[in-house]
Write a protein that binds this ligand. Structure first.
Ligand code: ATP
Ligand code: MG
Length: 366
């Protein structure tokens, strides 16, 4: 049985003078989970990771790993290992010696360590590379050696601080898939720091979205995208249109809202949790709109507008539609499932109609 609170933070804070780098955070990370910390530069990701590793002590609150309080436990006595952003491998040692480095004091014989290093080389798909010098490796290979060096000690938890940050896009995407497969193979808990939302979504079981030392929401990638709980999360993950509105009431299980730029909106997105009155922000993702050049035969969740700009991107197109009662155009994304040989001529300012499903109109507190 794997435990769901393998790592626990209880009201954990880290202050540097007046800076609250981590501000009163409480959450659990499950055993074997791939858990990511996502947020803008300076939001406290590295500080949180360094507290888990034991390089920093919390100013307030507690950290538990496998049920054990970690206060006063030095880094080398914690069941964790950290991989840093700028793949720290020793340039003067070959691959074998780099990976074996952490086993110096393990008490294993040389033959036992050699066998473990070979296992690691298989795991990171670099068999036979032991004698290579560190300088004879590509960036991606160096990164994999750094991972092997952390994994050989079989930590229960691997802490990774933007480990793919230095790689170019192609290699980065390949390493994302490899790292995820490797994590499934070895079954250890990964706490992965990134400020790249696509990277976090590709790899993670759950993501904690952070801002200014706080956790805004912890959820699966699909829930963060489809059911953001606050405006800041909706805005940070992907693109979204916000409309200011006020609630008129409820009808047949839907919330009815008057929204600037959309007119009357019917929404089922918030379900029974929706407030019954007051100001609210309606949020709709670009791809949830359907765009037509003829007036659709629907009575609700439809708005008429003018095509202001269009960008053809091959697999999809982006449209910007001006509507009455709203200054910024509405961003619409449409998949080009059919062959589209006549690009939309935005300069003609055609009349267009946008429609959307009730479940796609998210309601966020204003
Ligand atoms: N040793 C320190 N002394 C003083 N302030 C610090 C220290 N370490 C971090 N900070 C501050 O704490 C805040 C969080 O820093 P942290 O390094 O955790 O951010 P981050 O989310 O990892 O950012 P990035 O994505 O740029 O790496 C920042 O405002 C930073 O300036
Ligand atoms: Mg950092």
């Amino acid at each position: 049985m794997s435990r769901e609170d393998y790592i626990s933070m209880w009201n954990t804070s880290k202050h540097f003078g007046s800076v609250k780098a981590v501000d009163d955070i409480t959450f659990d990370i499950g055993e074997g989970e791939f858990f990511s910390l996502l947020g803008a530069s300076g939001c406290g990701k590295t500080t949180l990771l360094r507290m888990l590793a034991g390089f920093e002590q919390p100013t307030l609150g507690n950290i538990y790993i496998d049920g054990q309080p970690q206060a006063g436990v030095p880094p080398h006595h914690r069941p964790v290992n950290m991989v840093f952003q700028n793949y720290a491998i020793f340039p003067h040692l070959n691959v074998h010696k780099n990976i074996a480095y952490g086993m110096r004091k393990s008490g294993l014989t040389k033959a036992e360590v050699d066998r473990k290093v070979d296992e690691m080389l298989e795991l990171i798909k670099l068999p036979g590379y032991g004698a290579r010098g560190a300088h004879q490796l590509s960036g991606g290979q160096r990164q994999r050696v750094a991972l092997a060096r952390a994994l050989i000690k079989q930590p229960k938890v691997l802490l990774l601080d933007e480990p793919l940050g230095a790689l170019d896009k192609k290699l980065r995407e390949q390493m994302q898939l490899e790292l995820r497969a490797l994590q499934r193979d070895v079954g250890i808990t990964f706490v992965f720091v990134t400020h790249d939302q696509e990277e976090a979504m590709t790899m993670s079981d759950r993501i904690a979205v952070m801002s200014l030392g706080k956790v805004l929401q912890i959820d699966s990638p699909t829930h963060l995208y489809e059911v953001p709980k606050v405006k800041e999360v909706a805005d940070f993950i992907g693109t979204i249109n916000f409309f200011e509105g006020s609630i008129r009431g409820r009808r047949n299980g839907s919330t009815v809202i008057d929204a600037a730029g959309l007119g009357t909106v019917h929404s089922t997105a918030a379900g029974a949790d929706a407030p019954a009155s007051g100001e609210i922000t309606v949020a709709i993702r670009p791809e949830k709109f359907s765009l037509t050049f003829r007036q659709p035969n629907v009575q609700t969740n439809v708005v008429e507008g003018t095509m202001e700009a269009a960008a053809y991107l091959g697999d999809r197109s982006h449209y910007y539609v001006h509507v009455e009662g709203r200054e910024a155009p509405i961003a619409v994304a449409s998949q080009n499932a059919q062959r589209l040989l006549d690009a939309v001529d935005a300069d003609r300012h055609d009349r267009v109609w946008l429609t959307w499903e009730e479940e796609s109109a998210l309601l966020l507190s204003a």
